[in-house]
Structure formats: structure tokens, C-alpha cells
Design a protein. Structure first.
Ligand code: GDP
Length: 533
């Protein structure tokens, strides 16, 4: 029996993992799910992923490059809490998708490789979290390997991220000499058992008091003195953990462990439950008036942060991922799409439990449900019972590369248009239709997006395409009064295009030209991004 929407929301933690490739995100995900009791055997995350990959052709890229192209959501429970883990693709070219996924997260776990510290991709993702005020929990992974001095790792967090690290645990050694860690608050020592590799977490011996004789079973007198000394040092050097400062994004609690050997992960999960924020009120506009939607509000509402096509190759489905913001969602419910006025009966919503996709009967703020649809729902859409709510839209990122796309078989031009629109609706790439001519201009943040696109056009739509350089360097969304817009369009007809929502876009040949027109037409605004809805 579920409780009130407010109480259900309060026990939810919706988070993402950010890391540089190879730091251990996949391994940690797997171990978290195991700790959460959501899956039975180790290796299932990867195995399931591979299984899916082999069934779906377009994931070839994912296999070949060893990167994860699609973000997924997984739900598991632990200790009375419901965790929704949003998986963020790690490759830098997928920044757009990753950024959007982070708009649906309330907290992030930053995984660092203990030997490498902060790497370029960690830094980039961290900056997005900071932009969105997402509090960050740090997990220093691979302690079972030779690591950097933990004090230096803390220094690096402080200097590179301008974030106060507050360790909640402190490790005893690393690599072959890794013996466990001290819980700085309870002063319990958690011994690490190397041979526990393939066992459950409980394969590690139970905690013992750090200040009694029991610790001698795990540490030599020299190791114990070293641990206690370095503990003194770190407690003297770092601020005490302040939950409020963490929520405000100034401080990060630091955990240590080994995702591979399932050590320290249970503690991380407990920390998320205790300190990470539950869903918070979200800024929105209701019938023209600014407001906040609270998780406990009666009206069901949410926003679409991701659309994915063909997750199940047997069905040509498209799934919109809806992050719920309020109310008690129930299967069969009717929701309205804010910017189209369309009504949608959500009869087969999907929740992503770790083991499988299941039909969701109920959902609350913080939950993510997948809504199968045929292109009605787009990234940035706001859904609610009244249809009167609009959440601050998700930005479209300014494309940095604009290319012309042509289909090799000219008879398939119409087909191409539909395919391009489909991919643009998913947010894979952006699509611009110039007012003159029959070309399509495709915009992306990174080169890899074009490869993904070509691959998907071939495998899902049987279209062989070529990309050609376009004369354009930048795209700007133009807005202003109708008269001003008309005058501008008339003067720059050959450079005007429409985006997928028929919004006017100026395709500029250079940064200089963009500056020039902006100066000549001061009444118009030339925006780098456009918020949908
Ligand atoms: P991702 O790219 O961040 O998803 O990283 P993976 O989870 O795929 O891990 C990259 C590599 O590091 C794999 O070979 C893992 O087995 C290994 N790895 C992950 N966590 C640990 C750990 O705690 N200890 C050790 N020794 N290896 C780990």
C-alpha cells in the first residue's frame, strides 16, 4: 500500500553517476543494484546490456567503441528507500544527451579512480551539475589497487572543483596493502577481505571498534598507528560534514571503496539515503503565472527529458522518459501535453526495474516512467492532468557542427525527411530546413553524433546517407515582433531555416556574420539555444 504523494516522494532518491570512462561506473552500477537486492547475480547489468546490444544493430557503435550510447534508468529499493539511478552516457560527444539526463537527477555520485583522481570528463560533467545546483557525493573507487595518497585526492577535489571534501570514511592503505576503512563518525573499522571478490558484500568481515583490541586481527600495530595518525591529520585538515552545505553544492561527502570487490558500496548507498535530497519543488509556469510544483501536490505532472527509439527491436516503439514532479501517477491516467494541447492516455507506462522492464501501476515525484508513443512526445514536453503546467524547458544546446545530409537513392528523399524528423525528436541531432531548396541541415554538438545518426539511418530506416560540409557555422534562434521578423527574413531569405517545431532559425556563415546581423537588427534576439515548450 503506498502512502501519500508527499511521503512517497520523501523516500525517493533520484540520482546519476558521473565519471570519466573506466573509473568504474558500470561496475558500481552493478554493485549498487546488487546491494539494493534488485538483481540476483553479478554481471547481469553488462550481460543484459550485451544481450540488448546483440539484438539491436545500431548499437554496433556502442560495441565497437566500447561506449554507452543510450542512457537508461534503473529502479531499486534498499532499506525502505526507492532509488532511481539514471545512467548517463560517458563519451564526450554525447554531452547533449548527458546534460539532459542530469536535468532529471536530484543528486550525482562522482566516481573517481583512486589512482587517477579527477579526469577531464569528470570535470566537464561536474560543471553541468554545478550549473544545475545538483549536490555531489564522491566515491573514490579501486582502493584495492595502488592509489594516490588520499589526502592528495582530497586536495585535488578542493582545488580543481572548488568543492569542500568532507571524508566520512578513511582508508587503511591501498592496493595489496588495502586493509579496510574507518568510519569517521562511529569509529568503527570495516575490514576489507580480498578473497571476498565474488561473494556478496557480507563476504567482508563485520565492523569492529577502531579503538579496541579487535582491530588487531586486521591491522598490524604499524598499520593501525598509521591509520590512526592519518585519521587525526585528515580530521584536523578537513571541515566536518555539513549536510546543508552539501545540499547547497559547496561540500561533497567522500566515500572510499572498491566497486569490483563490493566494498564500501553499501555505505555509499546508506549515505545517499541519509543525505541526498528527495525530489524538490520545481519551477514552472501555470497559465502564464510563475509557480512551484511541490512533490506532494495532488495534480500529477512531469517533464520529458529523453526520448529513445527502438529500444525493443521487435516493436518500432519510441519511449519518452518522463520525470514525475508531483502527484500520484496511476496507470491508465490521462495526461495533457502542455505545448500541443494533446491528451494522452498512459495505458502502458514502463518502469525500469533492474531485472526487467515492468508495467508501472503507480509512480511519484522522483520516479521516471517510460511512455511508449509514436512521436507525440518530445524532449522538453511538460505533462500534467490539467495541461496548464509548463516546466522551465530543457535547453537545446547550440549545435557546433552543421552539415548537409543527402540520401544516396534520390527516390527516398521523402523517407529521409521522416527519418531525420524522428531522430531530431529524440534529440539525437538537431534538424534545420532551409526556406529555400530541398536540403536538410543537421546540427550536432560533436562529430560522433553524425556517425551514430548514419548508423541508425542505415539500420533502422534502410537509408544510406552522406554528410557534406555546409556553408554554415552557427545556428541562431531568431525572435521578435512579427513585423521585425518578416523584414529580417526578407533580407536574409537564403539563410533562413525552420527547426523541427517550425521556429525561425538564422543560419550564419561565421561568428562575424552573427555579430553583424545582431548589430543591424537590435530589435531581434538571436539566441544560441531555444527552450522548448
Ligand atoms: P566505466 O567505463 O566507468 O563504466 O568503467 P567499468 O565499470 O567498465 O570499469 C572499468 C575497468 O575497471 C573494468 O575492467 C573494471 O573491472 C575495473 N574496475 C572497476 N571497479 C574496480 C575496482 O573497484 N577495483 C578494480 N581493481 N578494478 C575495478
Amino acid at each position: 500500500m503506498s502512502q501519500s504523494p508527499a511521503a512517497e516522494a520523501a523516500r525517493r532518491r533520484t540520482f546519476a553517476i558521473i565519471s570519466h570512462p573506466d573509473a568504474g561506473k558500470t561496475t558500481l552500477t552493478e554493485t549498487l543494484l546488487l546491494s539494493g537486492g534488485a538483481i540476483r547475480a553479478a554481471g547481469q547489468v553488462r550481460a543484459r546490456g550485451e544481450n540488448r546490444r546483440t539484438r539491436s544493430d545500431w548499437m554496433k557503435i556502442e560495441r565497437e567503441r566500447g561506449i554507452s550510447v543510450s542512457a537508461s534508468v534503473m529502479t531499486f529499493d534498499h532499506d525502505g528507500m526507492m532509488f532511481n539511478l539514471l545512467d548517463t552516457p560517458g563519451h564526450e560527444d554525447f554531452s547533449e544527451d548527458t546534460y539532459r539526463t542530469l536535468t532529471a537527477a536530484d543528486a550525482a555520485v562522482m566516481v573517481l579512480d583512486a589512482a587517477k583522481g579527477i579526469e577531464p570528463q569528470t570535470l566537464k560533467l561536474f560543471e553541468v551539475c554545478r550549473l544545475r545546483d545538483i549536490p555531489i557525493v564522491t566515491f573514490i573507487n579501486k582502493m584495492d589497487r595502488e592509489a594516490q595518497d588520499p589526502l592528495e585526492l582530497l586536495d585535488e577535489i578542493a582545488s580543481k572543483l572548488a568543492l569542500d571534501p568532507a571524508p566520512l570514511f578513511w582508508p587503511a592503505g591501498s592496493g595489496g596493502r588495502f586493509k579496510g576503512m574507518l568510519d569517521l563518525r562511529s569509529r568503527q573499522f570495516l575490514p576489507f577481505e580480498r578473497s571476498a571478490t565474488e561473494r556478496e558484500q557480507s563476504g567482508h568481515p563485520p565492523a569492529v571498534p577502531a579503538d579496541g583490541a579487535a582491530i588487531d586481527a586486521y591491522l598490524s600495530p604499524g598499520e593501525r598507528d598509521e591509520l590512526l595518525e592519518s585519521t587525526e591529520l585528515v580530521l584536523g585538515a578537513s571541515p566536518a560534514f555539513d549536510p546543508q552545505s552539501f545540499l547547497e553544492g559547496h561540500m561533497t561527502p567522500v566515500f572510499f571503496g572498491s566497486a569490483l570487490r563490493r566494498f564500501g558500496v553499501e555505505q555509499l548507498l546508506d549515505g545517499l539515503g541519509a543525505y541526498a535530497p528527495p525530489p524538490r519543488p520545481v519551477a514552472a509556469v501555470r497559465s502564464g503565472t510563475e509557480t512551484h510544483v511541490a512533490p506532494g501536490d495532488a495534480e500529477v505532472s512531469g517533464f520529458v527529458f529523453k526520448v529513445q527509439a527502438n529500444m525493443d527491436p521487435n516493436h518500432r516503439d519510441r519511449i519518452a522518459f518522463l520525470r514525475l514532479c508531483s502527484g500520484r501517477f496511476q496507470r491508465g491516467m490521462k495526461l495533457k501535453v502542455q505545448n500541443t494541447g494533446r491528451q494522452l492516455s498512459v495505458n502502458a507506462p514502463i518502469m525500469f526495474f533492474a531485472s526487467d522492464r515492468e508495467l508501472a501501476e503507480e509512480g511519484f515525484a522522483g520516479d521516471v516512467i517510460g511512455i511508449p508513443n509514436h512521436g507525440v512526445l518530445r524532449v522538453g514536453d511538460s505533462l500534467s492532468e490539467s495541461g496548464a503546467l509548463r516546466f522551465a524547458g530543457l535547453p537545446n544546446f547550440a549545435p557546433e557542427i552543421l552539415q548537409r545530409v543527402r540520401v544516396k537513392d534520390p527516390l527516398k528523399a521523402k523517407h529521409l525527411r521522416r527519418a531525420l524528423e524522428g531522430l531530431a525528436e529524440e534529440g539525437v541531432t538537431q534538424l534545420f530546413r532551409p526556406q529555400i531548396g530541398s536540403d536538410f541541415i543537421v546540427g550536432a554538438v560533436g562529430q560522433l553524433q553524425f556517425e551514430v545518426m548514419a548508423d541508425r539511418l542505415a539500420s533502422e530506416y534502410q537509408l544510406e546517407v552522406v554528410f557534406e560540409t555546409s556553408p554554415y557555422a552557427e545556428a541562431r534562434w531568431v525572435s521578435g515582433t512579427d513585423a521585425d521578423l518578416e523584414a529580417f527574413s526578407a533580407a536574409y531569405r537564403t539563410a533562413m531555416a525552420e527547426d523541427i517545431d517550425s521556429q525561425p532559425v538564422f543560419l550564419s556563415k561565421s561568428g562575424w556574420e552573427t555579430g553583424y546581423v545582431a548589430e543591424r537588427y537590435p530589435a531581434l534576439s538571436f539566441a544560441r539555444t531555444r527552450e522548448r515548450g
